[in-house]
Design a binder for this molecule. Structure first.
Ligand SMILES: Nc1nc2c(ncn2[C@@H]2O[C@H](COP(=O)(O)OP(=O)(O)OP(=O)(O)O)[C@@H](O)[C@H]2O)c(=O)[nH]1
Ligand SMILES: [Mg+2]
Length: 368
């Protein structure tokens, strides 16, 4: 029998905890091949959450309690992972909120996805069949939907529809690999960091739609301002896509700067300067992308793949030039020259950026 540990972090969840424990152990009958453990990680709640758990431990053999300082959700989870590794040694870990917002009867579906080969299953509120509470105020809705949308676009991972919800199943090998990385993220942003880590480590990710109910009792512990700013910083600092766009802008200024100096100031031959300026931008783009944007899959200089990578990069860049030239010619032919700069911006935003980002990922910085 394989072991699964469900981990529920709690801070003042006395009103919700008993029902949660009952409902989780009730799932045993639906997953007969699994031994189900439940670990409550309580940050010294003042309302007697831990006492309730201790009382129920007499009834449930596989109910565990870990009490820790209040250091944020991420830290509570990391402590929970370490405890689970030492005391339970599970094959699978499921994260769940303890306030009744996640429904334990979805656990068998998570497990089914894992049995079918997924390493990381996300319970998503934002794909068909999932939901957020009808009764949420407009602010709350905008915050949640907006945050997820921003993260999806920022990472250019449109297939993943949910980044922030804390209802997930993750194989324990991946949890163990993630310790060192995740320990830097003590707050709610930990949830975003975990998906980012899984993606960069080539985990097989899948989703199931889930409903997110209203909290049953007690109050929310989330600090919206801290959470949003941490999330924005995280995405800016870790998104290959955003870095790739910044690198492109730097390349543009190098190209422009050299052209200005060479053509306008030094009156050199236009073709020589253009060759020099575009190639300088290409070299800068390649180096910055390799050591910054796609750092987690960078081509080592010593690997023998550096020069072929650089040549492929030149080929993709020539493609960009060809697309721009042809695209500009077509648009100017149809609509006249007046708005040429608009055409250029549109072509770069909607064709060149996706074209080069996709090709870089496919042919140059392939996932290892
Ligand atoms: N151990 C521990 N648990 C925490 C901490 N902060 C939050 N939690 C728990 O983490 C879960 C999610 O927190 P919530 O405050 O419900 O966050 P949320 O679900 O995003 O927000 P609401 O929809 O307003 O409830 C709940 O079970 C909380 O009790 C913490 O610092 N330590
Ligand atoms: Mg909640």
């Amino acid at each position: 029998m394989r072991k699964v540990v469900v981990i529920a972090p709690t801070f003042n969840e006395k009103g919700n905890i008993e029902k949660l424990i009952e409902q989780i152990f009730e799932q045993s009958k639906n997953i007969p091949n699994w031994e189900i453990h439940l670990l409550i990680v309580d940050s010294y709640s003042k309302d007697g959450t831990a006492e309730t758990v201790r009382r129920l431990q007499k009834q449930y053999k596989y109910l565990h309690l870990l009490e820790t300082e209040k250091e944020g959700l991420g830290k509570a989870y990391i402590r929970g992972f370490k405890y689970a590794e030492e005391m339970i040694n599970p094959y699978l870990m499921i994260q769940i909120d303890a306030d009744g917002q996640h429904q334990p009867n979805r656990i068998p579906e998570f497990i089914k996805k894992i049995e079918n080969g997924a390493d990381f299953v996300i319970g998503t509120r934002y794909s068909k069949g999932g939901s957020i509470p009808q009764g949420w105020g407009i602010h709350r809705k905008i915050l949640s939907i907006g945050a997820n949308f921003f993260i999806r676009l920022g990472f250019m991972k449109l297939k993943i529809t949910e980044w922030t919800n804390g209802y997930r199943a993750i194989k324990f090998w991946l949890v163990k690999n993630a310790y060192d990385y995740l320990k830097n993220y003590s707050g709610y942003v930990f949830q975003v960091a975990f998906i980012d880590f899984a993606l960069k480590n080539k985990a097989v990710i899948d989703e199931i739609p889930v409903d997110f109910k209203e909290r049953k009792f007690g109050i929310s512990k989330i600090n919206a301002l801290q959470y949003s700013s941490q999330t924005i910083f995280y995405v800016l600092a870790h998104s290959s896509f955003i870095k790739f766009v910044i690198v492109g802008l730097i390349g543009f200024w190098i190209d422009f700067g050299i052209s200005y100096l060479g053509i306008q100031r030094m009156h050199q031959a236009v073709w020589v300067i253009t060759l020099l300026s575009t190639e300088s931008a290409i070299i800068s783009n390649f180096i910055l992308n390799n050591f910054w944007s796609f750092r987690h899959k960078k081509i080592e200089v010593s690997s023998g793949g550096f020069l072929p990578g650089f040549l492929k990069f030149n080929l993709v860049s020539s493609g960009s030039i060809a697309i721009q030239t042809i695209g500009m010619q077509i648009l100017v032919g149809f609509f006249g020259r007046k708005l040429w700069y608009l055409y250029k911006i549109l072509i770069i935003a909607f064709i060149i950026i996706p074209y080069s980002y996709i090709l870089y990922n496919k042919f140059i910085w392939k996932s290892k």
